[in-house]
Write a protein that binds this ligand. Structure first.
Ligand code: SF4
Ligand code: SF4
Length: 111
């Protein structure tokens, strides 16, 4: 594991579409249940082997990726239907997306 550039960086956290990553006292932490294995964090990290995601499979096996090369290899083995289903589970419709990511610009209580 190489050295994380720290709290000023957070490129991985900004890149995560499901907000599965957060800054936890000195390191990036992951909420496993929110991860859809999109690989954006690893592809956006400026240091190879800095952030590592473990993809657990039902058969008690897992695969890890922490470099763009591993991401490419994983992509060839990943069932796109499963990825789609995972994303739809977390963001089933536009409303769910807006609720998670968009804050109102103005409060209706203004005035
Ligand atoms: S692989 Fe998981 S943690 Fe990384 S950006 Fe995608 S959803 Fe977020
Ligand atoms: S894991 Fe990588 S992208 Fe995330 S904060 Fe550290 S150096 Fe930046």
């Amino acid at each position: 594991m190489k050295t994380c550039k720290g709290i000023e960086c957070q490129l991985c956290i900004k890149a995560c579409p499901t907000k599965a990553l957060y800054w936890k006292t000195g390191e990036v932490a992951i909420i496993d249940d929110l991860c859809v294995y999109c690989t954006s964090c690893v592809l956006n990290c400026i240091v190879d082997d800095c952030i590592e995601v473990e993809r657990r499979r039902n058969e008690n096996t897992s695969e890890k990726f922490s470099t763009p090369t591993q991401v490419l290899a994983l992509g060839e083995n990943t069932n796109s239907q499963k990825r789609h289903d995972n994303i739809m589970r977390i963001l089933p419709d536009n409303e769910a997306y807006l609720k998670r990511y968009c804050k109102p610009l103005f409060s209706s209580e203004a005035g």
